[in-house]
Design a protein around this ligand. Structure first.
Ligand SMILES: Cc1cc2nc3c(=O)[nH]c(=O)nc-3n(C[C@H](O)[C@H](O)[C@H](O)COP(=O)(O)O)c2cc1C
Length: 222
């Protein structure tokens, strides 16, 4: 069956975002189907992209969530300029999704709840890594891991057993990328791919987040 994109499918385009991600996960065609690139910009406006895992799509409110270290380079850049772009690509399905919007930190309760679902090894790793900062050598990084094991009275055996939990480091948590624009790209014959671009209003201020209910939609040439 020929896949196509039509405007009528997408009163709320974020449902289509959710549905493509679900399809990518269920089709099991690649490891880490929930990976997306997140681009930020440094204080001079120079772009910087890296992969992260998309841990939630909230199609109703209109954001995607990823988790990271709040002292990392990306976090420093987000603090200076919260505008960001995200990109999903599922090659075997012929799908690309581009997002633009603004990033805000997730609430602490949500961060605690998500951190508690992680394996003990990942939890210790989050404490042990001063993400994005230089380290003398690999041994020094392994020593940092061991120091965290000691701090929480754990051993490598506890990591293997994976029966214990430790609290979330205060410098580790989630970000919500609030979506202002989203574009779907569907691979089609003769490079005449389908592209649908959606935009709505998004205002983030000290008063809170205001999103427009109506999306304007444009079909773009490939
Ligand atoms: C498939 C994949 C998934 C990744 N997922 C995450 C993630 O969810 N969170 C994260 O902080 N880094 C993740 N990384 C590492 C980042 O790409 C990056 O190296 C790290 O966050 C440091 O980026 P920064 O120095 O720009 O802050 C992932 C890398 C790959 C290749």
């Amino acid at each position: 069956m020929c896949k196509m994109l039509s405007r009528s499918m997408t009163k709320n385009p974020l449902l289509l975002l959710q549905s493509w991600l679900n399809e990518a996960i269920e089709s099991d065609l690649q490891p880490n189907p929930d990976t997306m690139a997140i681009a930020t910009a440094d204080s001079e406006g120079v772009p910087n992209a890296r992969m992260v895992l998309c841990k939630e799509i909230n199609a109703e409110k209109g954001y995607v969530v990823f988790y990271t270290n709040y002292n990392s380079v990306k976090s420093i850049e987000i603090k200076e300029n919260p505008k960001s772009s995200a990109l999903f690509h599922w090659d075997k399905l012929g799908y690309q999704i581009r997002i633009r919007g603004e990033i805000l930190q997730s609430p602490d309760e949500e961060n605690d709840a998500y951190f508690a679902t992680r394996s003990l090894g990942s939890q210790v790793g989050a404490w042990a890594s001063d993400q994005s900062n230089p380290v003398e050598n690999r041994q020094a990084l392994d020593d940092q891991f061991q120091q965290i094991l000691d701090r929480f009275n754990l051993t490598n055996e506890s990591i293997t057993r994976n029966e214990q939990k430790i609290p979330r480091p205060p410098y580790w948590g989630g970000y919500r990328l609030w979506i202002e624009e989203v574009e779907f790209w569907l691979n089609r014959k003769d490079r005449l791919h389908d592209r649908l671009h959606f935009k709505r209003s998004l205002t983030i201020s000290s008063k809170g987040i205001e999103t427009g209910d109506n999306w304007t939609v444009k079909r773009l040439q490939p």
